[in-house]
Design a binder for this molecule. Structure first.
Ligand SMILES: [Zn+2]
Length: 459
């Protein structure tokens, strides 16, 4: 959408282009088997745990057979394992990490004459990776996602504010303080995630109040900034407007949830997946996270690759037949809930206690080891006036904090609290350098990162 022609069009034609683009995408997404998948997903909501495991076992077996027949890489690496298609033997298959996937992407991706959909996934290292999907797999994924969102009333066509990594704005828009484009036919307004700074946030908040979306979807870091700005500046978001917020792509911290729910006067329902096509983890109306066994196999492993309650998430995803994810170490870690704990929502899938997020989203202290994203974001405890911050680690013994503050509220005393919260986590030895700045830029993907660890390769 960043083509030269698009840039030159007047605003209403750019909006029209967004609609045309969507119409084409939706045609593929909602075509083929989509309707049947939707029906199946709805029926599967109430399966018993036994039935879910049986379904998972069958899908696993089908998936592995297909993979061995069609992927050169897997034919060679797992084709000779006895009873390889049985889920009980999953631990005899090798674990594939992102590097292995990247280096072997050509032989992992299946050979087919069918047209495939491409999905680029950004890496924290900046090197992107292109995985492919059969259209039917995408359709099943969207059917699942739509089934999840429909539990909170969402359907395509409902008024939605979308916050994604697409940069649709031109200089003219920014000069006019317009930070969005609208698909008027599908009632979706796309807000830029690249212009999140105090000078602009006013226009976001005021437009969201005017637009009055029923749903907010997208990067929670952006929605959080808007919510915090709205609260800090006394905006009163109308009640009973937003039915739900569906975050994508980033880890949800307690802080994120608190401010978003408070400002928009609604509930946030988390969902975990990935652009590589990981199986889904979804939050239910009771606020619990469920591992959706019908979408894949989830293994939580410790450093010795043994099953653990808390550890690295290794996934096998049934909707990834084109670039198969088989025991894929996705780079996130999670903690499972005790097996005997049940949810009363009617979904019988196992529960997750916490999604800890990217394994490489951490600050490393020689004294205390890894401080994960949740703990980093909790350094805001008992502080006021910190609008946002970013923790950057370029050296083993030094931490740099970039902090945007509200001068009217922030004080030396609060700085002391903030630093002491950091000390509790990193210990006494590490140098902490605070830099007060006016803004902190987002990444090329449009996401905001609280933690940037540039020494993780040394650890
Ligand atoms: Zn539940």
């Amino acid at each position: 959408m960043k083509e030269k022609v698009y840039q030159l069009l007047p605003d209403f034609l750019q909006n029209f282009m967004v609609y045309i683009y969507n119409r084409q995408a939706y045609k593929r997404r909602y075509g083929g088997e989509y309707k049947n998948f939707r029906k199946e997903k709805k029926e599967n909501r109430t399966l018993s745990l036994e039935e879910l495991k049986e379904y998972q076992k069958n899908r696993y077996s089908e998936f592995i057979k297909f993979v061995i027949q069609n992927s050169e890489y897997y034919k060679n690496s797992i084709g000779n394992i006895e009873h390889v298609e049985s889920i009980d033997n999953i631990s005899s298959l090798p674990i594939v990490n992102k590097e292995v996937l990247r280096n072997n992407i050509g032989s992992i991706t299946v050979k087919t004459s069918e047209q495939l959909e491409k999905s680029k996934t950004g890496g924290t290292t900046g090197k992107s990776l292109e995985v492919k999907f059969f259209f039917r797999d995408s359709q099943e994924r969207f059917a699942f996602l739509d089934d999840f969102r429909s539990r909170f009333g969402y359907e395509l066509g409902k008024k939605t504010a979308w916050f994604s990594g697409k940069n649709l704005l031109t200089f003219r828009d920014v000069n006019k303080n317009v930070f969005w484009k609208t698909d008027f036919v599908h009632h979706v307004r796309y807000y830029s995630t690249f212009h999140i700074k105090d000078d602009y946030l006013k226009y976001y908040v005021e437009d969201l109040i005017r637009f009055a979306p029923e749903y907010l979807v997208g990067f929670p870091s952006t929605i959080l900034e808007i919510a915090k700005y709205g609260i800090a500046n006394g905006y009163d978001f109308p009640e009973n407007k937003v039915k739900a917020v569906f975050p994508t792509a980033e880890t949800i911290t307690d802080e994120t949830r608190y401010y978003i729910e408070k400002f928009f006067k609604t509930k946030l329902y988390n969902q975990y997946a990935s652009s590589e096509g990981a199986p889904f983890i979804i939050e239910c109306e009771k606020g619990n996270l469920h591992l959706e066994l019908q979408t894949g196999v989830f293994e939580v492993l410790d450093e010795n690759n043994q099953p653990a309650q808390s550890g690295r998430l290794v996934v096998t995803s049934f909707n990834t037949a084109a670039t198969p994810l088989v025991r894929y170490d996705i780079g996130d870690s999670i903690t499972l809930e005790d097996a005997d704990k049940k949810c009363t929502c009617g979904n019988n899938n196992p529960l997750v206690k916490e999604i800890l997020g990217r394994i490489d989203d951490f600050i490393y202290s020689v004294e205390n080891g890894k401080i994960n994203l949740g703990n980093v974001s909790n350094t805001l405890k008992d502080t006021k006036g910190i609008i946002r911050f970013q923790a950057v680690q370029n050296k083993l013994d030094e931490l740099e904090l970039y902090v945007v503050v509200d001068q009217e509220i922030y004080s030396k005393q609060i700085e002391k609290v903030f630093l002491s919260n950091w000390r509790d986590r990193v210990g006494d030895v590490m140098k902490i350098q605070i830099n007060y700045v006016n803004e902190i830029p987002v990444e090329g993907s449009g996401k905001f990162r609280i933690v940037k660890n540039n020494i993780k390769d040394l650890l």
